[in-house]
Ligand binder design. Structure first.
Ligand code: 8YV
Length: 321
């Protein structure tokens, strides 16, 4: 008898699949993150839980849920910085995620932000809606295609590599990157010795590192100080990877030209300072927001759950550090 808890409504096809595989599937209708009491209840009442961004399964939660019934937290998404994997593993709970399903969708959102920021599309759209038609001087835009521009990517995992390919093959951009290890490419890509070196060389700086304690405030004033004054900063990783106050200062002082963000330090709160700046493109964490992508993520999360509950190795088990 397998009891599974989905912490938010998922695509119908995913729910149908879950109901085929598990004896009982309960879906929480609200989309707000779980509260600690609800997390503890989920760990003690269900064999498997599908948490999403915001459901903070911390060591504190596991302390109270001694020897929980739950055997698997099958995370719906690639980022799992909202789950204390060490505490979960110590309590006998496996944690899985959905890496392969999110790569291209998230890289596409990075390109969306790069293009909107470089060509000031958001500002232009607002002008048209306001009945204005501005004679922007072309020098205020950043041409990308075959103009010899350089993209600098901090974090060269699956998503970083997908962004690099789009920039090189799609827009003829040069690629530099900063990563813990060197990566092999079938096109020229230069690994820099530091983020400051990357920032100095890049016209567009993109952050694509995983969230978590190791990358908290990874990007701060030193990176923005090293960037070109014509540079654009793009974040599609996690909001807390960037020290938001330093980014705001860099934008307000003209240290950097613009920013494009899909994630924020305290989502869904977005600082008024960012909202008030015309040269900042703001998206509401659209990373994987597309039906086909969410279905693929959901099927993978359900498969992780099925395998783990059946005593098989789940496709994407996260090992404690
Ligand atoms: C989630 C994300 O996919 O996959 C991730 O880590 O950042 C998000 O796009 C989405 O929020 C569903 O939880």
């Amino acid at each position: 008898m397998s009891r599974v808890y989905l912490t938010r409504p998922l695509p119908d096809a995913v729910l149908e699949r879950a109901r085929e595989l598990f004896d009982e599937v309960e879906v929480r209708e609200e989309t707000a993150p779980l509260k600690i009491g609800q997390m503890r209840a989920a760990l003690n009442l269900y064999d498997g839980v599908l948490p999403t961004l915001g459901d903070m399964f911390s060591a504190e939660v596991f302390d109270e849920a001694q020897n929980p019934r739950c055997k698997v937290l099958a995370n719906f998404g690639v980022g799992y910085n909202h789950i204390d994997v060490d505490a979960a593993t110590a309590a006998g709970v496996m944690v899985t995620n959905t890496p392969g399903a999110v790569t291209d969708a998230t890289a596409d959102i990075a390109m969306t932000l790069i293009l909107m920021s470089a060509r000031r599309a958001g500002e232009g759209e607002r002008m048209v809606r306001a009945g204005e038609w501005s004679g922007w001087h072309p020098t205020q835009m950043l041409g990308l295609h075959a103009t010899g521009k350089t993209v600098g990517i901090i974090g060269m995992g699956r998503i970083g590599q997908a962004i690099a390919r789009r920039c090189h093959f799609g827009f003829g951009m040069d690629v530099v990157y900063f990563n813990r290890s060197a990566k092999e490419f079938d096109f020229p890509a230069t690994r820099t010795a530091s983020m400051a070196e990357l920032a100095a060389r890049a016209d567009i700086v993109v952050v694509a590192v995983p969230g978590g304690a190791e990358t908290h405030h990874l990007i701060g004033a030193p990176v923005f100080e090293a960037m070109k004054p014509t540079g654009h900063f793009i974040n599609i990783a996690r909001g807390d990877v960037v020290e938001e106050t330093a980014l705001i200062k860099a934008l307000e002082s003209g240290q950097i030209a613009a920013a494009g963000l899909d994630v924020y330090e305290h989502e869904p709160q977005v600082p008024e300072a960012l909202i008030s700046m015309e040269n900042v493109t703001l998206l509401p964490h659209l990373g994987t927001a597309a039906l086909e992508v969410r279905e693929a993520m959901g099927f993978l999360a359900v498969e992780n759950l099925r395998a783990a509950l059946a005593g098989e190795a789940p496709p994407n088990l996260i090992e404690p550090e």
